[in-house]
Ligand binder design. Structure first.
Ligand code: ASP
Length: 313
């Protein structure tokens, strides 16, 4: 097994072999999670602290379940009620927690780069659960596992990532991962929501959904990240849905067996039609959530192995 990292801060530093290692191990956890007894002792004796400085439904729940299934002591910090609200800096909070000897710290923060900074100050293995618009590595890994199970491979696929690319850490992590796996990536959205330098990322850029979805194997829809927008990026939600919302007509431009993905939370009638989202023949949105638990179990397991190896060296 190749995975030589102390932290999981992003997809950028991972090699294709390391990505495959995480996905292969996650595959075994998918089987465990589908069995009656969902426990394995990979993290027994370890303490996991989840620090979410931004709202989360899926990611926080799935890191918590992942840690519990692997036998860790899991603690969720209530960041709304924490001393950060009293003016304590992120680093002071991190150092305070560090003194309690956690082994795994799962951190989500609204500022890009904040999780990397924190990782430099603590002894625990740090997992980035999303930092600003920078990276969301476990989301890209769970997306990759979902795609690999549906399509049988990750290379030489055409993946259309559609919507608000500019504010999306999910898009960035997926672009890194799918690029490393030699898939063809097409970014589709209005010019205001695609960063001006995107063409230099080794991707194709399209502003028209029919052209962007043509022959796609995978259609990945993104939410309008209003919390990161200052000013008007779209004329109106109605107009946006008309031009960029995924409906049956637009989806018919993709391959007949193309899968539809969304990281959630989803806004029905804005970036995606509810019928498409619920269509079990096309949508793998619920499977993405299932893969999320398995991928997080695998990532924490591999980091814990490296922690133990470093401690015994
Ligand atoms: N849940 C994803 C994230 O945290 C996507 C989103 O919020 O739209 O980035």
């Amino acid at each position: 097994m190749t995975f030589r990292h102390r932290h999981l801060l992003g997809i950028e530093p991972l090699s294709p072999d390391e990505i495959a290692t995480i996905l292969d191990l996650a595959g075994t956890y998918v089987d465990l999670n589908r069995s009656a007894e969902k426990h394995a002792p990979a993290l027994a004796g370890l303490t996991q602290i989840n620090m979410f400085f931004e709202n989360s439904t899926r990611t926080q729940a799935s890191f918590e379940i992942a840690g519990q299934r692997l036998g860790a002591d899991v603690m969720n910090m209530a960041m709304q009620a924490s001393s950060i609200k009293k003016g304590e800096t992120l680093i002071d909070t991190a150092l305070t927690l560090n003194a309690m000897h956690p082994d795994l710290l799962v951190v989500r923060h609204p500022q890009s780069g904040a999780v990397d900074l924190l990782a430099q100050k603590v002894n625990a293995a740090v997992l980035n659960a999303g930092d600003g618009r920078h990276e969301h590595p476990t989301q890209a890994l769970l997306d990759a596992l979902t795609i690999r199970r549906a399509k049988g491979r990750l290379h030489r696929l055409t993946v259309a990532i559609c919507g608000d690319i500019a504010h999306s850490r999910v898009a960035r992590s997926n672009i890194w991962l799918l690029g490393k796996m030699e898939s063809r990536i097409r970014l589709v959205g209005p010019p205001t929501l695609i960063p001006s330098g995107a063409a230099e990322w080794g991707v194709e850029v399209e502003h028209d959904m029919a052209r962007g979805l043509a022959d796609a194997d995978v259609v990945m829809m993104l939410r309008l990240q209003r919390e990161r927008m200052d000013g008007g990026f779209i004329p109106s939600e109605r107009e946006y849905y008309h031009r960029y919302g995924l409906d049956a007509e637009k989806l018919s431009c993709a391959k007949p067996d193309a899968i539809v993905m969304h990281p959630g939370p989803m806004n029905r009638g804005v970036e995606i039609d509810g019928t498409i989202a619920d269509d079990i023949n096309r949508s793998v949105i619920q499977e993405q959530v299932e893969m999320g638990v398995a991928v997080r179990m695998a990532a924490m397991d591999l980091l814990a192995r490296n922690l133990r190896a470093a401690a015994s060296a």
